[in-house]
Design a protein around this ligand. Sequence first.
Ligand code: ADP
Ligand code: ZN
Length: 691
Amino acid sequence: MQPGPMPDPTPQALLREVFGFAGFRPGQEEIVAAVAAGRDTLAIMPTGGGKSLCYQLPALCRPGVTLVISPLIALMRDQVRALREAGVAAGALTSGNTDEETDEVFALLGSGRLKLLYIAPERLASSGTQGLLRRANCSLIAVDEAHCVSQWGHDFRPDYLRIGELRTALDVPLAAFTATADAETRAEIVTRLFAGQTPETFLRGFDRPNIRLAFAAKDRPRAQIESFAAARRGRSGIVYCATRARTESLAAALTAAGHTAIAYHGGMAAEERRLAETRFQREDGLIVVATIAFGMGIDKPDIRWVAHADLPKSIEGYYQEIGRAGRDGAPADTLTLYGPDDIRLRRAQIDESLAPPERKAADHTRLNALLGLAEATACRRRILLGYFGEESAPCGNCDLCERPARVFDATQAVRKALSAALRTGESFGAGHLIDILTGTATDKVKARGHDRLPTFGVGRDLGRAGWQAVFRQMMGRDLIRPDPERHGALRMTEIARPVLRGEETVILREDTVEAARAAARPEPKALVDEADEGLLAALKAKRRELAEAARVPAYVIFPDRTLIEIAQVRPQTLDEMAGITGIGAAKLARYGGIFLAVVTGHAPAPMHPARRALAGRDAGEIFDRLMEAQQRLARGEDGTGKPLSCTHTTLRRIAEARPTTHADLARIGGLGEHKLDRFADAFLAILRDDA
Ligand code: ADP
Ligand code: ZN
C-alpha cells in the first residue's frame, strides 16, 4: 500500500523546520497569517524586526511562486543564498547573475518548483516579465523597502511605480514591507502599490531592546571613538561622520591604532564603494567610517556597534542609523557624540536649505527632538520611543538607566546667561558670553565696555567648563539658537521667555564631560560568559572556514546569534542541536554534525536522514523507543523467530502520526501482516504511553 501524502505543514512547523526558529517575533505571526491567506498587506516593522520571514514563510505555504521585488542586487543574492542554505527553492534574476545561474532559475521556474523569485525593479520595465510571471503561476507579490515608491523620500526608485500595474495585470495579492513609518509615505504606498484600496496594515512596535543607547558630549572625539572601537575590537561596526573628509581622517586614525578600518562616502568611485560594501558584508570585524551614504545597501545582521562621531541630522536619521546594529537580536552597542559645533552645523544646514519656511521650522523641531534625547536626564529609550508614539518603562539598556545623570537646578545660571546675551544685543557667541559671565576681561570685552555690564563676573562660581556645559544644554533645549544672519551670534528663543521671567525652572545635567569619558569606557556586554568565549571563537573559526569555502558571507552559514546559543547551551547530540535558534532541517543536515564536533571534540555518530528529520522533536524520542522495541523483538519474544524489521522511514511515519489503535497503525503502511503481528502491541504501548 502506498502511504498517503503528509498534511501541509503549518506556518509554525515551517518556522521550526525550515528556519529553525522556536517562535515568531512580535507581530510576525499575524502578518504571516494575513499574507499566507492572500490578503493585501502593508507591514511597517523596524529594521531588524524580521520582515523577510513575513513573505518567505507564506511563499512556502502558497501554491506557485512568490515574486519578491527588492531594490538592491547584493542583498537579493545574499537572501537567495541564505534561503538555499535552508533548503528553499529560491532564485534571483538580476544583472549580477552568471548565465548558469539564470539558466537554473528558468529551469526551476519551468518545472514549477521555484518558490521565491527575486527580481530587481529595473526588470519590471522589460516587456517579457509579465508573461513570464503569469506562465510561472506567480501567486503573490512581495515588495521589500516599499517606501522606495515614494517620490518625496530619499530612496525613490522610479521602477517601483510599475509595481501597481503589475499587481493589477496579474491580479494577485501584494504584501508591502517598509521600516519607514510616517503617515505621508504610508499614504503614498497605498495609492501607488494598492491602487488606493486599503490593505490590511500592521504597524509594529519600534523598540529594539538589544541595542544599547548612549550619548556623550564631544570632548576629544577622535580619542573617544578610538577607545569605543578598541573595547570592541574584532566586532563589525560603523562610525558615521558628518563630512567626507572626516571619514577619511578617522579611518586613517583607526587604522593607525591597529583596527581594520576603511572610509566610505558618496565622493568615492562606484567601484570602490561596491568593494567596501562587499568587504563589510563578508568580513568579520571590519570598521567602516562613513557618511550616511553608507546605508540602505547594508543588510548585515551581525553589525555589533554603531558610533556617531558627529551628531546626526534628526531623530529619525539617528534611529535608522543605529538600527543597522544588532539585527540578529544579539546585543549591540551605540555611542553618539555631540557638541555645540554639531548643533551649529545642523542648524545652519537647515537655515541655509532652500526649503520653504514651514519645512525649515519642522526640521528645527526634529533636530530639537534629537537634542532633547542627547541632553536627556533619564532613560533615553523612553524618550526615543515616546517620540514615535510608544509608551514604555525605563529600559535598563541605556547609559542613563545604568548610570543616572546628576542634575541641578540651573534656573539662575540660565537667566544669567540669557541676560548676558540680551545685554550685548544678541550679537555674540558662547565664548565671549562666558568671558563676561566669568569676569574675564579680554581685550574684546574691554573694547566693547562689557566689563562694565551688571552681568560681568556674576558667574564665577561655575567656571568655564561649567558654563560651556550650560550653553550647550541651552542650545540643546533650544533656549538659544545660533543666528543664521550673524555668524556665531546666539539669540534667545521664545521658549526661553518664561525662564527669563522666572515662571519656569530649568533642570540641567551637572557635568557631561566626565560622563563622556565614562560612556566610552564601560566594556561592551560580553556576548557569552567568559567560560564560553573559547568555544565561541572555535565556532566562529569553523564558520569562517565554511563560509570561505562556499564563498558566502559568514552569517549565511549561521548568524552570530546561533553560534552564541551553541556556545552557551553546548548541545551534545543532534537532537539538542536541532533545538538551537536558526538551525532548521537543512542546516542541521549540512552543518549540525560539523558544529557538534566543535562542541564535543569528536565527530558524532551518523544519524539516518529519516531520524534526523525528527531531531529535536518529541517524535524523535518516540522514534528511538520504537527502534529499541523493534530491535528487542527482531527475532520475536522468545528470540527464535525469523528476523523482521521496519525501515527507518516507516518508523518515522509512525512516530509522526502516532496511531493509537491497531487499525490506525495498519493504515500507516510499510507494516505487513507479519510485522504487525510481531510489533503492533509493543509499538502501540509506546504510542499510547506517550499520548
Ligand atoms: P528586516 O526586518 O530588517 O528585514 P530581517 O528579515 O533581515 O530583518 O531579519 C533580521 C534577523 O532576524 C535575521 O537574521 C533573521 O534570520 C532573524 N529572525 C527573523 N525572524 C526571527 C524569529 N522568529 N526568530 C529568530 N530570529 C528571527
Ligand atoms: Zn534606559
